[in-house]
Design a protein around this ligand. Structure first.
Ligand SMILES: Nc1ncnc2c1ncn2[C@@H]1O[C@H](COP(=O)(O)OP(=O)(O)OP(=O)(O)O)[C@@H](O)[C@H]1O
Ligand SMILES: [Mg+2]
Length: 353
């Protein structure tokens, strides 16, 4: 089991980082600690500021205000090439006129390493990304996945302490994407370096990361382990973005008692003001479907589709359309009972505004 990192293990620290373009706030007060040797993922919808955050860390963008620290040293004004950080971009930007070996060796040649050193380091990298037999191959005769491996090897060859990866698997098909996810995780663990990964794919973030940073509209919504983020989303945005959820307007009656869709339900959350309006978040797989129509909540099955592992149903109940996952199919038009366990009822404070 992984031990919780110590505070002193912070390798990258963003402190009160703001970025604005033409009066528009792109990043708003980002505070973030990235721990050494961790796999941290920035996750959020398109335009939320993931790439901008990565560009700040890489040094390609200057914050309007705030500071960036590397191992405790303020590097806000340090140029990119002086940072112990490398980037893999979504478009791999390989040199088309160079072969695999030459692409990986390029940075080392510029740095005037000897032929022998270059051959040793490139050899290690080819092995790491499983491309040993392809060293003489020209770039345009490689598959997408192989090109991606070259890009990763090229970024890793000068041993950065931190690797930034901006949606590196975006161009690959699903099967290859899955393979490369496992490959990247293996590489990160075997090299014991820090990966800061960007994706808008929830599943990718949850399967690969030690820590997930959920962003929306230039702000961090939640920082946590994949399990924290999935099981204890801090607000309705995170809950909905991480997995399809039922989000229903409710009122907190008292501690551990919430009212929604005209009924009171026992829940496990407290600490709200009496009659405080809340978002009630319930995952589709947490709604139990029963034949018993004397339940507090009943509904009519509107539609059902088979999703490979489970059935996905839409059920109308008290004017709300529930999304429900179940392994037992139900006939459209049928009246059913719905049951939700208290600890599957997640109560979220309504966001101001
Ligand atoms: N150089 C720039 N000038 C003006 N606006 C910019 C600039 N770069 C980014 N933006 C804006 O900043 C916002 C955040 O962009 P960013 O590229 O960080 O988003 P992202 O989360 O990476 O999105 P995606 O998932 O689509 O790549 C967007 O609204 C974008 O239009
Ligand atoms: Mg981006």
């Amino acid at each position: 089991m992984r031990l919780k990192p110590l505070k002193s293990d912070v390798i990258i620290k963003l402190s009160e980082i703001c970025v604005g373009f033409d009066d528009e706030k792109i990043l708003n007060n980002i505070n973030l600690d990235i721990y050494n040797k961790s796999f941290a993922t920035l996750l959020g919808p398109s335009g939320c500021g993931k790439t901008t955050t990565l560009r700040i860390i890489g040094g390609f963008e200057k914050p309007t205000s705030g500071h960036l620290y590397f191992e405790g040293v303020n590097i806000t004004n340090l140029p990119p090439y002086k940072r112990n950080v490398n980037t893999v971009f979504q478009k791999y930007a390989l040199f088309p006129h160079l072969n695999v070996y030459e692409n990986i060796a390029f940075g080392l040649k510029i740095k005037k390493f000897s032929k022998k050193e270059i051959s040793l380091k490139v050899g290690e990298m080819l092995e790491l990304v499983n491309l040993v037999p392809f060293d003489k191959r020209s770039i345009d005769r490689l598959s997408g996945g192989q090109q991606q491996r070259v890009a990763i090897a090229r970024a890793l060859v000068n041993s950065p302490k931190v690797l930034l990866l901006d949606e590196p698997l975006g161009a690959l098909d699903l099967k290859l994407r899955k393979d490369m996810q496992a490959e990247l995780k293996r590489i990160q663990q075997s090299l014991e370096i820090t990966f800061i990964y960007v994706t808008h794919d929830q599943e990718e973030a949850l399967t690969m990361s030690d820590i997930v940073i959920v962003m929306n509209q230039g702000e961090i919504q939640q920082i946590g382990t994949p399990l924290d983020i999935y099981n204890e989303p801090e607000n309705a945005f995170v809950a909905d973005f991480i997995g399809e959820s039922n989000i229903i307007d409710g009122t907190m009656k008292e501690d551990f008692l919430v009212n929604f869709l005209g009924n009171n339900f026992v829940c496990v959350d407290g600490g709200f003001s009496p009659d405080e309006p809340v978002d009630v978040v319930i995952r589709p797989e947490d709604v139990k479907v029963l034949d018993d129509t004397t339940m507090k909540l009943t509904g009519i099955v509107k539609s059902i589709i088979f999703k490979g592992v489970h059935y996905e149903m839409v059920v109308d109940s008290c004017g709300y359309s529930w999304l429900i996952h179940s392994t037992v199919p139900q006939e459209p038009g049928k009246m059913i009972g719905l049951e939700i366990a208290p600890n599957d009822i997640h109560i979220m404070r309504k966001k101001e505004g």
